[in-house]
Write a protein that binds this ligand. Structure first.
Ligand SMILES: Cc1cc2nc3c(=O)[nH]c(=O)nc-3n(C[C@H](O)[C@H](O)[C@H](O)COP(=O)(O)OP(=O)(O)OC[C@H]3O[C@@H](n4cnc5c(N)ncnc54)[C@H](O)[C@@H]3O)c2cc1C
Length: 407
């Protein structure tokens, strides 16, 4: 049986392991954390399975707002310029993806992946318990101009099967009565009926049990991967803080940390961390059942069982990954102000921060690398939870087709 080592047990590594095991590979998963989805972005993300709202981050409207972000005038999005060569290179590639044409192309490419993920999540949903819900999503717009732009993009997405519709404010409240208590004005909403939600951490934990019980997958936790060794452009071993593991075939899925380990094998990856925050509070009688995204305040509200997850903020700044209380406070205040009854803000609040592994074109990097035996599944940005099942399928097809894999 061919063996593949999966490096990283976030949602991307775990779905890679699942797809590989189902395809008949022997799988080993290694992670620095003590359980899946513990050490990275898959722990506390927004929980939205955002199959239709796949808008790329680089866009003409992002460019128009750039001065505001750079000057710290937008509470939700901050860019503190650093002049490292890595950031400048990533930033230039990001800018090159900001035309309307590139934005639409990138959005549609991600949409296609997301729609495949939806089919895959439906297939796995009876095997893993993860608060999976068919919620639909309402994206709220605060100006007629932004709503019109959303309509144009949804017309394009609908030709690919997204089935989004524009609703007036009254229609949105009819669909989601909790919006009657919305604290800020919105002129209308985009309804994405097929969007779903679920807890990615619970999903990863459930997958681990399934993989151990049904497929004999081996997990090695509390083990930090330091580098990769190659010989004549072929993968030779994985070097960890617990020793060296000889290995012919591996998948790199270390989220924002993938680039660092890839570098040791001579591979350069354009992934930059964009920091976000989330809070989880008890649900109330007024918690929405549909997922809600406030597009102008870049805040999402998503019910997970008897809890409400609220996520937002996008910071590109030094000291990435460090929890900054003042930034969390911004999320907390915004959420309470715009949707005061949606959750019990005076109850137990679980605060969290994480890093989105963002590529310049918002598309994940999946497939073979220039090192034989080494495969990539990384750079999932703001939608890694949503895209994970589809990119795992793509990865496994590439691995199964690789003629250079030892048997
Ligand atoms: C605030 C926020 C909200 C979000 N909301 C959504 C959403 O609603 N919907 C959505 O689809 N996506 C969302 N995302 C994005 C999504 O969470 C990520 O794209 C996804 O979790 C990335 O998964 P991953 O497995 O690639 O990385 P991670 O989850 O970061 O996992 C990487 C793993 O690698 C391990 N690791 C790293 N370095 C090493 C090392 N050297 N040795 C050993 N192990 C190592 C870590 O311990 C970790 O387990 C959000 C992200 C954030 C930050």
């Amino acid at each position: 049986m061919r063996e593949v080592v999966v490096l990283g047990a976030g949602v991307v590594g775990m779905t890679s392991a699942y797809a590989l095991a189902r395809r008949g590979f022997a799988v080993i998963v290694i992670d620095a954390g003590s359980s899946p989805a513990e050490g990275g972005a898959s722990f506390g993300n927004g929980s939205q399975l955002s199959y239709s709202y796949t808008d790329a981050m680089a866009s003409p409207s992002m460019m128009a707002s750039l001065p505001k972000y750079l000057l710290g005038l937008d509470p939700a999005f901050r860019i503190n310029m650093t002049f490292s060569p890595g950031f400048l290179e990533w930033g230039l590639r990001f800018l090159a993806n900001s035309s309307q044409k590139s934005f639409e192309r990138n959005t549609i490419e991600v949409l296609k992946l997301a729609m495949e993920s939806r089919r895959e999540f439906a297939n796995v949903s009876d095997k893993v318990t993860f608060e999976y819900r068919h919620t639909g999503k309402l994206s709220l717009y605060s100006s007629c101009e932004s709503l019109e732009k959303a309509q144009k993009l949804s017309d394009l997405k609908n030709t690919y099967g997204a089935e989004q519709t524009i609703l007036t404010r009254a229609e949105a409240i009819e669909r989601e009565p909790a919006l009657a208590h919305y604290g800020h004005s919105f002129v209308g909403a985009l309804w994405s009926p097929h969007d779903e939600s679920g807890d990615s951490r619970l999903f990863c934990q459930g997958l681990k049990s399934l993989l151990e019980a049904d497929f004999g997958v081996r997990f090695i936790f509390n083990t930090r991967i330091n580098s990769l060794k190659t010989v004549a452009r072929r993968l030779y071993s994985v070097v960890t803080d617990k020793g060296e593991l000889p290995c012919d075939s591996a998948v790199l899925s270390l989220g924002i940390w993938t680039g660092h380990v890839a570098k040791s094998a001579g591979i350069h990856l354009p992934i930059w961390p964009v920091q976000g925050y989330s809070m989880t509070v008890p649900a109330t009688d007024f918690t929405p059942s549909a997922s809600i995204t406030d597009t102008s305040r870049k805040t999402v509200f998503c019910r997970i069982g008897d809890r409400l997850r609220i996520a937002g903020l996008a910071d590109i700044a030094p000291g990435q990954g460090v929890f900054k209380p003042e930034r969390f406070e911004t999320l907390f205040k915004t959420a309470r102000e715009i949707f005061p009854k949606a959750g019990d803000y005076d109850g137990e609040v679980n605060a969290w921060t994480g890093l989105r592994p963002v590529t310049p074109n918002s598309q994940p990097i999946v497939g073979r690398s220039k090192v034989d035996g080494l495969f990539l599944n990384c750079g999932h940005g703001s939608l890694g939870w949503t895209l994970s099942m589809a990119t795992a399928q793509k990865l496994v097809a590439d691995i199964a087709n690789a003629s250079d894999l030892p048997r």
